[in-house]
Design a protein around this ligand. Sequence first.
Ligand code: DP6
Length: 329
Amino acid sequence: MIKAAAARARSNIALVKYWGKANGTLNVPAVGSISITLDALRSDTEVVFDPALETDELVLDGEPRPDGLVRVSACLDILRELAGIGTRAAVVSRNNFPTGAGLASSASGFAALVGAAARALGLELSPRELSIIARRGSGSAARSIFGGFVEMHAGNARDGLDSYAEPLLPGKEWPLHVVVAVTSTGEKAVASGSGMRHSARSSPYYAAWLQTHPGDMALCRQAIRTRDFDALAEIAEASCLKMHAAAMAAVPALIYWNGTTVECINRIRQLRMSGLPVLFTVDAGPQVKAVCTPDARAAVRDALAAMPGVVEIIETGLGPGLETHECAS
Ligand code: DP6
């Protein structure tokens, strides 16, 4: 019997970054992280378990992507085992933003995949269980199960079952905005997972990154609890720069930025010094994400849109967590 369902999940950006793995097989992160879920950056995914299929299939943004199947099938295998079936699945997923350019398409993608597949199989899993399974696809995907402000716990159980995300604060309690300055739309050179492994192996700063991370988490939680934008800016920018410093000090160096990335960072720092509540963060790619209060949004957008080298601006508020629905197949 064919079993099908669909899901929508949103991308997220980390304010305190995940960089490093404690267990590569189970994809358990070496550190916790804190993120915000973005309303406008979405993956819509349909999963059809079909007895006629001999292997799993993946179509991403209209293109067959056999290269992505290892991680997709790993997530599907966990769900198939829970459901007690072996049926292969066809996965069709679409992102409404550039794939693989450092806009966390794997976060929304794996959250939507796990949500749609679990629903298709009739599994009644809690958001926490979905988060644990989504983590196996991509660490950041564990956070996209939830909306608003989200904390990912690294956990320390050998089986990874205490490594999941959970909501910290609903987005409407502190409705920040995000302006993404896209500085390049090409796929990134080094995927985050390989970048983390390379940093852990060869960066002299990786140990310091691990050592100082719990303090960063505590400061960020506190800034969110008290809605203290200046404190949030200080800790989010520090975590971002520390992650990139660890990557840049790896041998050979991992530099995710281009010239426009640096110019945008400088511009955002200037804007904050002139009194605008805005902070920057950058992930494993050259895009700059400016997080600001709603009243600062227009000024931040205009300033970043005017930067030479910015090819596109994406604006978004904070969004909800995973949504699933039946589909006709
Ligand atoms: C820089 O979740 O993409 O965006 O678990 O290997 O799939 P894998 O890594 P991924 O890493 C995200 C890294 C980051 C920081 C963050 O989102 O916390």
